[in-house]
Each structure stands twice: as C-alpha cells, then as structure tokens.
Design a protein. Structure first.
Length: 234
C-alpha cells in the first residue's frame, strides 16, 4: 500500500499507465529541449565558421557591405549608376554595376565583365597618388546594400557589384569641361589640367593592359578653381 495525503492508497488503485504516460511526456519534453539547444549551438558554430571563411577568403579590396549607405544619384553610365554615399562614416561616391544578368547579356559576356572588374579593382587598390582618385574598395556581388532615397529604400538586382571611391565635391573633370564647353579656358588652367592628368597617368602600372582602365581608374586633378578630378563616374 502507498501512503497518500490523507492516508494510504491501495497499490491496485494506482494508475500505472497514467504515470508511465506522464513520465514519457516529461522525458519527451526534456529530450526536445536538449535537442533544440544542441541544434542552436550547431547553427551558431556553423554561422561562425561561415563568417570566418568569408573573412579568410575576402580580397584585400573588398569592403563590408553593412558599413555602406548609398544615397542620391550623381550620374548614370553605361553599366550602372553613381551615387553619393557614406562608407564607415566617410563621404564617398559609389558606382553600382548592373551587367544585365537578368536581361540581354549571355553568361559568357557577364563572366568576361566580372573578370575584367576583378582585375581592374585589384590594380586600382594598389595605386596611391594625389592625382589618382582614391579607391576605397568594392564588392564582387551582394544583395545586402543599404540604398536610401527620398522615397525610402529601394531594391537592386541580385548580386550587384559596386565600386567605392573618394567623393570629389568639385565634381568630375568631364562635367567641368562640358560646363565650360562654350568658353575658352585660360591657358594656365589647361596646362595645369594637362600636368595633373600626366602625373596621374604616369603613376599607373604600365604593364597592365585594360581597355577601360583609364576611365575606371581615373586621374585626379588637384583642387584649384575647377576643383575637380578626372573621374567620370561612369
């Protein structure tokens, strides 16, 4: 017999089946909680490993997309748009490259463009000269860009690539020349522009033969009354 709260209970009156079911439910809950905890730990370990792998395989010139804020459009070019933005607290210009992955270009054409892009930014990353627009970094393809406009956030094509460079408040040399196309520039200004361009061109690696290198890796003119660089941003 078993003693209850108010006396003894006969053993044949104990519902062993009910007790067994309660025990099974308790063990099942405990096992489920333990398995869930173990799965969460494994997920965290996998995420940490994946993050470490990303860091270890990241190129020297690759930026952290989470630190990039993309704002107003500055210009539009053949392969994309140029925006003003902020990267890690610094004012920058960022070119978003859309190579038509979802439209008219073939996979071979896209692969060729991506290969050229990788080669160019790898070279530009190594350049450091006052007459070359400072290259800050780039991304090879991401959907994690924070793009802000007057109407709110906007979506970009998947795996968009971007190039981040210093922001030239005076604008691009191309814009300066277009703005002054109806009047003759002072001889002194023309000579200074030529000297700045020559200095920037001389600093570039002569062994690198890239068709669009001169445009994508622009020379920067020293800040004078025109206050502009040769970066066409396009």
């Amino acid at each position: 017999m078993k003693e209850g709260n108010e006396g003894f209970v006969r053993a044949d009156q104990i519902d062993l089946k009910s007790l067994d079911e309660q025990l099974q439910r308790h063990l099942s809950r405990a096992w489920t909680m333990e398995k869930k905890k173990k799965d969460q730990q494994e997920d965290q370990q996998q995420q940490h490993h994946h993050h470490q792998m990303q860091i270890s395989t990241r190129q020297d010139w690759e930026i952290d997309p989470s630190k990039l804020i993309i704002k107003t459009v500055l210009a539009r070019g053949t392969f994309g748009t140029v925006h003003r933005g902020v990267y890690d607290g610094q004012d920058i210009a960022v070119k978003l490259l859309d190579w038509g992955e979802e439209s008219h270009r073939t996979e071979a054409e896209i692969a060729s463009l991506r290969a050229a892009f990788t080669q160019e930014v790898a070279v530009w990353h190594k350049l450091d000269h006052p007459n070359v627009t400072k290259f800050i970094g780039a991304t090879m393809g991401t959907s994690e860009l924070n793009i802000q406009t007057d109407t709110g956030h906007v979506d970009m094509p998947r795996n968009v690539c971007c190039v981040v460079v210093e922001y030239l408040p005076g604008g691009a040399l191309k814009s300066f020349l277009i703005k002054n196309r109806r009047r003759k520039l002072a001889f002194k200004v023309v000579i200074q522009l030529a000297l700045d361009l020559a200095r920037g061109s001389k600093s570039q690696t002569p062994s690198v033969e890239l068709s669009s290198f001169q445009e994508d890796c622009p020379q920067r003119c020293e800040d004078r009354e025109y206050a502009s660089g040769q970066d066409t941003y396009s």
